[in-house]
Design a protein around this ligand. Structure first.
Ligand code: CUK
Ligand code: CUA
Length: 643
């Protein structure tokens, strides 16, 4: 009962009451606890996460699905998974990659003319207005094939994929500027920006990093590649990035590692010296004035590489928009505080985080107080001239998120498998908690916005090892929910994540999301426009021309109209189908035997299926969602007559 004493009075009263009264059937809570081997602490944790049947979550989290090329939507604090959002990978339930409309979105993501059916998603970002999450759009990057996916949060569907024209590898994306003017993406491993071959002997001259600022048009809900630009960076492995906010709005920050330029067994930065990527004591934080960069591009100071505007290092240095600051070696996360005054950097091989002061950085730039230049001529600000404080936290600090309480931050400690809570203004450790195991990112509610909500923290752990029932050598990943409302962090719940490595996750207050329950009649959900081939019930028809049959149909309980479609062997057949339902959640599916077709038609949506009827036969089609008592009757036949 010791633990009970620590609980709040109300909860304690509730628990002692329940212990003696009947909970379910004949079993008392006390008996149930004994049978399931639960402690009072377990019960408190359960009460903090359990969401009664029919209940709603306070926050929705959007997690990267890692190698799955998708995203995972789950609730906090219940940790119930709601949905996968397909971005770079086909997903049949939602028809993504199976209907013609979504195939066009996936085709935007071709690289070198090749169709890619996966992505390595790392960092989701929610659109912001004045630095607050606004719940309108979601962005996610693909590390393997540098791309950004745009998801409209009115229907949680991917509507655009843009391919980075100058990168072959990226990591520091997607991060947004405070009014979502730009979506930021940085390279990971350097390569020639023009995409051509260059021998490693020319590494120092031909290989480059870069940072891309993708222009986002909020009215259209689209990234505008023609209005986007990049800045050429040295051939260091660039890493995570973040945009300034408040006083630092207009600036962005990104880390780099392997400034030794070690590649292929040779350090390219100095005479051959085989010490690998961690010979130097420090790597380099990049400080960039993106607002001025955008003006320079407008003024014609960029050069085109693969049709894309790129400001050279030389121009960036001459115009005073690019600076470097030494940072602890092999850094990982760079995170700007909610008030925009501090930039916190974690070093994977270090035991402290470095808290840089934006004011100090600006003062050094104003006074031209530079200690040296890097080999590419970029001015370097001395670390001590930019540092506010270093906080010793433990081994392997990676990423940082913020609390609703001022000056309170949380940093993941990869090597120690812990989360550290500390005061970054004073440089004081406040609390530490063990996680299971090897944490990468961590996330607090709206924790990288200007108004973090506190309450919960999710630890995204790289290893689960013994935490779950074994399911073969590939274990699920482990998202751990931690209560951060009190002085001490408390571990509440382990959620196995079954889809891929969930690098990062962002969570938004549920009341900021206003998803639609139906589309305006006949909507193409990918273009968000009226679908030109949608028809109303009663106007269904079949158009025929030589070699081609076009079906304009509808689905409504409990019919697919038309119910019979007769075609000739070899015909191209296109079904344009509209769900004529208005009732909430009355989705119909549409599958055709043997043709790799499954559509998802939510109320009001129009989607198209295209097939080539190259084999005579009788092919049933049917609705794949159990939509009414007469669901199984919702079917028809595609009759393919031999020639
Ligand atoms: S993450 Cu991408 S390597 Cu720390 Cu942002 Cu896992
Ligand atoms: Cu419509 Cu089942």
């Amino acid at each position: 009962m010791n633990l009970l004493l620590k609980c709040s009075a109300a909860a304690a009263a509730l628990l002692s009451l329940s212990l003696t009264s009947t909970a379910f059937g004949a079993e008392t809570l006390e008996q149930l606890m004994k049978r399931r081997n639960l402690t009072q602490k377990d019960l408190m944790a359960a009460a903090k996460t359990y969401t009664p049947t029919g209940g709603r979550d306070e926050f929705l989290a959007f997690a990267s699905g890692g190698q799955a090329g998708q995203m995972i939507v789950y609730g906090v604090p219940s940790m119930r998974i709601y949905k996968y959002i397909s971005v770079f990978t086909p997903e049949p339930w939602q028809g993504f990659g199976f209907d013609e409309e979504s195939k066009k979105v996936l085709a935007q993501g071709k690289v070198d003319g090749k169709d890619l059916t996966w992505g390595d998603t790392h960092h989701p970002a929610i659109s912001e207005t004045n630095g607050d999450y606004d719940g309108q759009y979601l962005f996610i990057n693909d590390k393997a094939n540098p791309r950004i996916g745009v998801i409209n949060l009115h229907d949680f569907e991917t509507t655009q994929i843009v391919v980075n024209p100058i990168m072959r590898s990226e990591h520091g994306g997607a991060f947004v500027t405070p009014n979502t003017e730009y979506v930021i993406e940085t390279t990971q491993y350097p390569a020639p920006l023009d995409g051509k071959y260059a021998p490693l002997e020319e590494f120092n001259d031909k290989f480059r990093g870069a940072i891309t600022y993708w222009k986002f048009n909020r009215e259209k809900g689209k990234i505008e590649p023609e209005n986007s630009f990049s800045i050429e960076l040295p051939p260091y492995s660039q890493d995570l990035a973040d945009a300034g906010k408040g006083p630092s709005d207009g600036w962005s920050f990104n880390n780099s590692f392997c400034t030794e330029r070690y590649v292929g067994g040779i350090e390219r930065g100095r005479p051959p010296f085989e010490a690998g990527c961690s010979a130097n004591d420090t790597d380099l934080l990049h400080v960039i004035n993106w607002k001025k960069a955008a003006e320079l591009v407008k003024a014609g100071k960029a050069t085109k590489i693969n049709g894309h505007d790129v400001l050279s290092i030389k121009t960036a240095v001459e115009e005073g928009i690019l600076f470097l600051i030494p940072e602890s070696k092999s850094p990982h996360g760079v995170d700007v505080s909610p008030d925009g005054k501090y930039i916190i950097v974690g070093g994977k091989l270090d035991s402290a985080v470095s808290v840089f002061s934006f004011d100090k950085i600006m003062a050094a730039i104003k006074d031209k107080k530079f200690s040296s230049k890097d080999p590419y001529g970029i001015p370097i600000i001395d670390m001590k001239d930019a540092l506010h404080v270093q906080v010793p936290l433990g081994l392997g600090p990676l990423h940082t998120q913020f609390d609703s309480k001022p000056c309170v931050a949380y940093t993941s400690l990869y090597v120690d498998s812990m989360v550290a809570k500390y005061d970054y203004c004073e440089g004081k450790v406040l609390d530490k908690i063990s996680i299971h195991y090897n944490i990468g990112h961590l996330m607090t509610m709206e924790g990288d916005s200007v108004h973090p909500k506190g309450k919960y923290l999710v630890a995204l752990n790289k290893l689960a090892i013994d935490r779950f029932n074994p399911v073969g050598p590939l274990h699920p990943q482990n998202h751990q929910l931690i209560d951060i409302s009190g002085d001490k962090m408390e571990l509440l719940y382990d959620m196995p994540v079954p889809l891929g490595e969930p690098h990062y996750v962002v969570a938004i207050s549920q009341d900021k999301l206003k998803p639609s329950v139906r589309y305006p009649y006949g909507t193409d959900s990918r273009t968000e426009q009226k679908h030109p081939q949608s028809v109303r019930p009663g106007s269904e028809r079949i158009d025929r021309s030589p070699g081609k049959v076009e079906v304009f149909g509808t689905l409504i309980r409990s019919h697919i109209t038309p119910e019979i479609v007769e075609v000739e062997e070899g015909d191209e057949v296109i079904f344009h189908l509209t769900n004529a339902e208005r009732a909430e959640d009355e989705t119909h599916g549409f599958a055709i035997n043997a043709h790799n077709i499954n559509l998802s038609l939510e109320p009001g949506k129009t989607a198209s299926a295209r097939i080539v009827a190259d084999r005579p036969g009788v092919y049933p089609y049917y609705c794949t969602e159990f939509c009414s008592a007469l669901h199984l009757e919702m079917q028809g036949y595609l009759m393919v007559r031999p020639k």
